[in-house]
Design a binder for this molecule. Structure first.
Ligand code: KG4
Ligand code: ZN
Length: 333
């Protein structure tokens, strides 16, 4: 008999539901909240309200797209954390209520485990063990993945995440939130004209707050000399900043590969959609003999498909949770 899992993702500002059949993603519906753009960042209360509005239509759409009904479901998987409390509560409470009413098991999923396991939402799957650079709006980590339920953090950011570095730079340039995709687009039109210090941290850790400050001072000084500086140089600024972030990320990925001897290398999370990072990973893989893995855009960003994939592996091991489970905004890895 087939295993059908309904999965729910509501950790930040995207409401998503997916149906996974025996590990294969049948549907993966994402409702993107646009209400935050005018505030320059995610407004937590607004995000919870939007999740409440969208969760039922999104689940309904996922079931319809997969052409199944609730009576076919074997289990419900949901993001327990980390994330925004008010956003998580909507998904957790919905999943608990639905599992209770259908009398089926509940599976809690760690959002960052799921970003890594997004590589198993589609083919080909990476071989174990592999290294995964997970780069999102809230996290920057290098993970060693031994098997789907066995992962450890080798290094991570000590302050801002890579996605935050993109978004905060975008804010300084007057670009709408989230600025990552926009910087990616403009960077293609520019040149690496300006030099910023590449953040250097010990071991396999990252830091992006110093870079943010040096960009802020650089822009302030240039604007004093020429008030049209940002307008005239925006493409070159985007290329220079993007390359600096990528250089900092890739130096640590190279070190992690040398230290561990692992040459199966993956990237995951929202920033793995960045075309400069993708190109650089491919180039390094070609020169170093790595086997690289880049998720499709659908599985880079926050989506319930990856939550269902992670849930499927927990289902196979019988790792279920009770109805007393609560959202965990600071869930440990
Ligand atoms: O994984 P994600 O969708 O949500 C979190 O869990 O945070 O990642 C969102 C982050 C944002 O900071 C966004 O600006 C960044 O991913 N992002 C990008 C690109 N697409 C999304 N950053 C750089 N280049 C992109 N193409
Ligand atoms: Zn995420």
């Amino acid at each position: 008999m087939s295993i059908y899992i309904l999965s729910i993702e509501s950790s930040c500002d995207d409401t998503s539901a997916a149906i996974i059949k025996d590990g294969e993603v049948l549907s993966n519906v994402v409702s993107v909240q646009t209400a935050h753009a005018e505030y320059g960042g995610v407004v937590p209360e607004l995000a919870s309200r939007e999740h409440q509005m969208h969760i039922i239509p999104v689940v309904d759409a996922a079931l319809k797209k997969a052409e199944i009904s609730t009576s076919d479901l074997s289990a419900i998987a949901f993001t327990r954390g980390p994330g925004l409390l008010g956003s998580l509560i909507v998904g957790v409470t919905f999943a608990k209520s639905m599992a209770l009413s259908l009398d089926i098991p509940l599976i809690d999923v760690h959002h960052m485990h799921a970003h890594v396991l997004a590589h198993f939402s589609e083919l080909p799957h990476p071989k174990f063990p592999f290294l995964c650079l997970t780069v999102s709006g809230g996290h920057t980590q290098i993970i060693r993945v031994g098997d789907p339920l066995n992962m450890s953090i080798l290094g991570q950011t000590l302050d801002d995440a890579a996605g935050e570095a993109f978004d905060k730079t975008g804010k300084m340039l007057g670009l709408p939130y989230p600025a990552g995709p926009q910087i990616d687009k403009l960077a293609k039109l520019g040149e690496h004209k300006f030099q910023f210090p590449v953040p250097e941290m010990k071991e396999l850790n990252f830091s992006f707050s110093g870079l943010k400050t040096s960009i802020l001072y650089f822009l302030r000084d240039q604007m004093k000399k020429d008030p049209d500086f940002i307008k005239n140089e925006v493409n070159n600024i985007c290329t220079s900043v993007q390359n600096t972030i990528i250089e900092s990320l890739m130096r640590k990925v190279i070190k992690a590969s040398v230290d561990t001897g692992i040459t199966e290398i993956a990237i995951a999370g929202g920033v793995s959609a960045n075309s400069g990072l993708r190109d650089r990973l491919i180039a390094e893989s070609e020169s170093r003999g790595w086997n690289y893995h880049i998720p499709s855009f659908e599985f880079c960003r926050d989506n319930a498909g990856m939550i269902g994939t992670a849930g499927y592996y927990k289902y196979l091991k019988g790792e279920f949770c009770g109805q007393d489970i609560t959202a965990e905004p600071r869930m440990v890895f």
